[in-house]
Write a protein that binds this ligand. Sequence first.
Ligand code: CTP
Ligand code: MG
Length: 237
Amino acid sequence: PRTAAVIPAAGRGVRLGPGAPKALRALSGTPMLIHAVRAMANSRAVSLVVVVAPRDGAVEVKNLLAEHALPERTDFLVVPGGESRQESVRLGLAALPADITAVLVHDAARPLVPVDTVDSVIEAVRDGAPAVVPALPLADTVKEVEPGEKGAPEPVVATPERARLRAVQTPQGFDRATLVRAHETIAASGEGATDCAGMVERLGVRVVVVPGHEEAFKVTRPLDLVLAEAVLARRRA
Ligand code: CTP
Ligand code: MG
């Protein structure tokens, strides 16, 4: 089986604050996207990485890939992204060559995922799971609320049993045909989903969880940059 990684990197990073698109911002001097590309290409099972670039950033991303040292056995493609993450993933899938049978989808915003986590997702797909997500137990208790007026106290509706909840990360791994079918079906129904696996679940296909890793956290807000640079400093020590 040939495995490709699609990296949606076309978001603006509104929650990180003003500046360049999130994936192009530096982490310890290297663009976040390059860290994420290396995290995928470092897996020997990944033969192709497709970067879904900010809409008018495809040339800049191609230049970045050429400037930074990356494994020579890996091929790279760059395509421009869309308005939503779902649309960006769809555009990345459309660029895959015919011989790719398994696909990872990995957020550029999770630049520090360890290669062992990537490999365990790929292994579960190769063992026959059509959809695999890495995930971790939650530290916080989670409440479901009835969202009300902004700023007003919100009534609690339910408290799901924490031990049964998992916080989902990427890379998420899929049998290619299953993921493509999910995108065709769900996009046609006009519905959104916050992750690819959620779309596959709606097809009625079984999704399984493998252990995630705390270093696979998503860089979303400014404090996450502090943590990411501390993790990199610890790795270099
Ligand atoms: N993404 C994308 N295309 C979009 C929106 C998001 O490829 N139209 C990607 C982001 O680049 C990121 C991943 O999806 O790698 C996860 O999204 P998120 O963390 O929400 O990033 P942003 O959308 O960039 O951040 P924000 O929501 O704060 O603007
Ligand atoms: Mg977003």
